[in-house]
Design a protein around this ligand. Sequence first.
Ligand code: CTP
Ligand code: MG
Length: 211
Amino acid sequence: MIGLVLLAGGKGRRMGLSKPKQFLDLGGKPLFEHSLDLFLQCERIGEIVVVCEQSYRFSSDAVRFADPGSTRLESAKAGVAALCDQCEWVVLHDAARPFVSPDELDQVIDAMQAHGAATVATPVRYSVKEVSADGFVCSTIDRAVVWEVQTPQAMRREWLLEGFAKGWEVTDEATLIERLGYPVKVVTGASRNLKVTTLEDLLLARQMAQQ
Ligand code: CTP
Ligand code: MG
């Protein structure tokens, strides 16, 4: 069975508003509900856990809740721990990414089941350079090999638990799998699957939601 963990336990400090960004309005409903509605409609997902503070919980038969941790990784651990034992596959998604598509979700699940782990990522569209600590260009990195990693990220639960147990400080779960030496298949996502981080992102997302 596939379990989905929706990470909605952050405080949105870079946004700088009192309410965390995932609960702000986006086109008539809270930002997190855009991706949650997609997951609720996906028949391949057997269970959904939303990681969020008590005060933001809602009553639902289709969703269970877990308490957030102080970091994204701690929230992910709490969400995975709340999944039932039958979930041998885990998909994690940032609630702050409202525009994940059904196709991206399907593809990342297919790739996870074929290779053990997968992430959605998008090729970088800019020139990328290595810069020294004192602010000089060292080299130009071949753009063709640089990808911006997004979510959903999906993997065998066993691998994820093995990664959590290492105590590594990482910012996404695919890094755990990579460090363990297991394969992480990359699924090409769209730049539309942006993470709302700043106020500018929120304004852009609100424009996109109207289209
Ligand atoms: N997240 C979480 N628990 C945390 C931190 C983050 O569940 N302790 C979630 C966020 O809610 C978000 C996703 O992880 O959906 C990506 O994190 P990020 O964009 O960094 O969100 P915040 O941590 O809320 O924002 P900031 O870093 O600006 O405070
Ligand atoms: Mg954060």
